[in-house]
Ligand binder design. Structure first.
Ligand SMILES: NC(=O)c1ccc[n+]([C@@H]2O[C@H](COP(=O)([O-])OP(=O)(O)OC[C@H]3O[C@@H](n4cnc5c(N)ncnc54)[C@H](O)[C@@H]3O)[C@@H](O)[C@H]2O)c1
Ligand SMILES: O=C(O)C(=O)C[C@H](O)[C@H](O)CO
Length: 229
């Protein structure tokens, strides 16, 4: 049975991604720190800290085969990221853990001719005065995804990323519920609305599917035009 592992799969975009792969008949492993109460029964939740190498080994060991590995785990600590310890924490979860889980999965990905989808961001293209670690990690995801794509193409592995804009999950809730920021943000989005998590999940699923069999190394914005508006 085709298998997808989704880090950060218990909430938000990760959970929507798990639901999407479940619909396609995959075995789905959601590996993360937290899970929503309404996690569908078909999704296997594995408590996992992606910064802990033993947890990464356990996560990869839980799958007989890996057809899709999606790195959705992410944190943002805002201005605290100007402190080096918090900068490191953000890089560790958002970027280094992406490298760690994909390299640990390499043999299983190769055997299944599987693929990797990483989660970039609008902050992959912009700097962020308020969140320097987050922006650095998401800029880094672009380079890491392209490196994976070029290094692993001979193994039959594709590696791509999505770059979501403003998505209605708890990560963006502080901005969403700020009466000053929210209208300014929405006004800047050409499509004039925020994304639902499933709209990002659909694109992740597309990139991981055979429909995208000749696509590798791309960073696909899913942002209602925010990055080009
Ligand atoms: N919401 C947005 O507007 C938006 C926009 C662009 C990109 N993103 C990215 O999408 C991804 C998912 O975020 P979300 O919006 O669904 O928010 P979210 O907070 O619901 O999801 C983040 C997930 O990461 C998990 N996580 C955090 N630290 C972890 C660790 N050490 N080990 C394992 N899991 C860990 C959390 O438990 C949570 O399930 C993140 O990479 C985020 O940067 C979000
Ligand atoms: O990565 C993004 O594009 C985000 O929207 C993440 C956060 O929600 C945003 O930076 C909140 O300030």
């Amino acid at each position: 049975m085709k298998t997808a592992i989704v880090t950060g799969g218990g909430t938000g975009i990760g959970l929507a991604t798990c639901r999407r792969f479940l619909t396609s008949g995959y075995r789905v492993i959601a590996a993360g720190l937290e899970r929503d109460d309404d996690l569908p029964a078909g999704i296997e939740f594995l408590e996992t800290n992606v910064t802990d190498p033993r947890d990464i080994d356990r996560m990869i060991g839980a799958a007989d085969r890996i057809d899709a590995l999606i790195h959705c785990a992410g944190i943002q600590l805002q201005e605290r990221e100007w402190q080096v310890e918090d900068f490191r924490k953000v890089l560790d979860v958002n970027l280094t853990a992406c490298h760690a889980s994909a390299t640990a999965a390499l043999d299983k990905l190769t055997a299944a001719r599987g693929n990797v989808v990483n989660i970039a961001s609008m902050w992959s293209f912009f700097g962020s005065p308020k969140s320097p670690g987050y922006a650095a990690s998401k800029n880094g995801i672009v380079a890491l995804t392209r490196s994976m794509a070029t290094a692993w193409a001979p193994r039959g592995i594709r590696a791509n990323a999505v770059a979501p804009g403003w998505v209605l999950t708890r990560m963006a809730m502080a901005a969403r519920s700020d009466p000053v920021r929210e209208p300014r943000i929405t006004e800047r989005i050409p499509m004039a609305r925020w994304a639902e998590a499933h709209e990002v999940a659909n694109v992740i699923h597309f990139l991981a599917s055979d429909e995208a069999s000749y696509v590798t190394g791309v960073v696909l914005p899913v942002d209602g035009g925010y990055s080009i508006g």
